[in-house]
Design a protein around this ligand. Structure first.
Ligand code: FAD
Ligand code: MLT
Ligand code: ZN
Length: 456
């Protein structure tokens, strides 16, 4: 009965129950969780989303919003009950309007991130969110997870790129704050409720995004360093030189780049000697590579780096970034490490790494650290590959999260909570925060039909 109602709302092109079509939607990108669903439903408008949610609310049936399904915490995957409906935003993929003079763009939630970046470039503007999954993740998913990526050091997370939002609530009503204003203090900032809430408070159907001027020619450098602490000191050194022109500042361990070379065709390290750590950086200094070289030489004289290569052209830059963007795929191909998407204040990163090393040596001496991340904003993917045969990594994960917490950090920096990290939320957020989160969830979704079992 409900399924027929849902099919009627979206018409014949808007649903599938074909197991072949549905397969890839039932498991997350890393294959950690597998669920099941009776139907994948794909509306084309906020009005259709509204009608679908209303029908599901009346029937008391849960909805799992799904974007590009590239999430790292299994948030877009239904549970194993076979009752939860997947609502895919894939067909809501229009760019509604671009306002170059207002530096803003209106898009539907199912727009692929790369399409948005290119639409900005087409009017000589810049959309600042960038991550390795940009060819397949959707802006709705990016906003729902408050995604980070490689440019946060300069532009902030997904949350900071939003001027307005449209969302469908659990009772089917549509709430639109699709304004394109930089200043607006009229009441509560409702859009921020939905950003980072992983589909548990509402379904995002559209957004007004903030655009920037083009940053100009980008210079890319790969730098070899002896310790992760040097990365932090190098960042301070470079900021004194380049102020906020640092567009990206990524840390990658020698082992991790080794995984990329091993698993990803046509990749090789451009530096002759190896080093324990590398920083891959982009700076927007008008293409003045002589200046970059001079600054890096001074950094070397100050013992902040041991070697460096500056990309001579965009092809070389792309090759370097290809190595970085392939990390998640290389890591998945090797074996599933225990993921820890943590952040600490940048100034405490060295202490975190030193104490983390001691902690792993004590708990699991045979484990392999798989560390990389967005060190410019204090976010490290501090992943641990446990020795073959190790059953349970909970002890290791808890010890790492405790350390992060002690240092004033977060156990969940940019990937969200989903279903995989849910058990940890009450431990690392105060009672008051958890109580308010529950109050919000109950108020906005009293029947618990929006992505139940995720986040809280
Ligand atoms: P999905 O995976 O489909 O969904 C994610 C969550 O959002 C789910 O809870 C889902 O229910 C909800 N959701 C999706 N769409 C909507 C909507 N319209 N309304 C309400 N809820 C919705 N993340 C980073 O932050 N930084 C990175 O650098 C980064 N790099 C990545 C690299 C790779 C190779 C991969 C595979 C993933 C990476 N991710 C990264 C993780 C992932 O969070 C992002 O890819 C992206 O933000 C998820 O978008 P998506 O459309 O795939 O969302
Ligand atoms: C990245 O920084 O590459 C992503 O967050 C993906 C990952 O952590 O594997
Ligand atoms: Zn990341």
């Amino acid at each position: 009965m409900l399924l027929e109602q849902l099919k009627d709302i979206v018409g014949p092109k808007g649903w599938t129950t074909d197991p072949g079509d549905i397969q890839s939607r039932l498991t997350d990108w890393r294959g950690m969780v597998r669920g099941t669903t009776p139907i994948v439903i794909s509306p084309v408008s906020a009005a259709e989303v509204s009608a679908l949610v209303r029908a599901c609310a009346d029937a008391g049936v849960a909805i799992v919003p799904q974007g590009g399904n590239t999430g790292m915490c299994a948030g877009a995957v239904p549970d194993a009950s076979g009752t939860q409906i997947i609502l895919s935003l894939a067909r809501m993929n229009a760019i509604r309007a671009v306002d170059a003079n207002n530096f803003s763009m209106e898009v539907e939630a199912g727009c692929i991130l790369e399409k948005i970046q290119n639409a900005a470039i087409a009017v000589d503007r810049y959309f600042a969110l960038s991550l390795s999954a940009e060819g397949s993740c959707q802006i709705g998913g990016n906003l729902s997870t408050n995604a980070g990526g490689i440019n946060v050091v300069r532009y902030g997370t997904a949350r900071a790129q939003v001027l307005g939002l449209e969302a469908v609530l659990a009772d089917g009503s549509i709430v639109s704050s699709m304004r394109s204003l930089r200043k607006d203090t009229a009441g509560y900032d409702l859009k921020q409720l939905f950003i980072g809430s992983e589909g548990t408070l509402g379904i995002i159907t559209a957004a007004t995004l903030k655009l920037y001027p083009q940053p100009g020619p980008i210079s890319t450098a790969l730098v070899a360093i002896n310790s992760a602490g040097d990365a932090v000191r190098l960042l301070s050194f470079l900021r004194a030189e380049f102020a906020d022109a640092i567009e990206a500042f990524e840390l990658v361990s020698e082992y991790v780049f080794g995984l990329v070379v091993k698993h990803i065709p046509d990749t090789e390290m451009p530096l002759e000697d190896t080093a324990p750590w590398y920083v891959l950086m982009d700076v927007a200094i008008g293409g003045n590579e002589e200046r970059l070289e001079a600054v890096l030489i001074r950094a070397a004289e100050a013992d902040l780096l041991s070697d460096a290569v500056i990309a001579k052209n965009s092809t070389e830059s792309e090759q370097l970034w290809h190595m970085r963007h392939a990390i998640a795929e290389a890591e998945r191909a090797e074996r599933k490490a225990q993921k820890h998407d943590i952040s600490v204040p940048v100034s405490r990163l060295e202490e975190f790494l030193q104490r983390g090393e001691a902690l792993l040596a004590d708990l699991v001496p045979d484990a392999q650290l798989v560390a990389f991340g967005h060190v410019g904003d204090g976010n490290l993917h501090y992943n641990v590959a446990l020795p073959e045969g190790s059953e349970d990594g909970t002890l290791v994960t808890t010890a790492i999260y405790d350390l992060v917490d002690e240092l004033g950090g977060s156990f969940s920096a940019e990937h969200g909570i989903g279903s995989l990290k849910r058990e940890y939320l009450p431990k690392y957020r105060s009672e008051g925060e958890i109580a308010l989160m529950r109050t919000l969830k109950r108020a906005l979704d009293p029947k618990n039909i929006l992505n139940p079992g995720k986040v809280i």
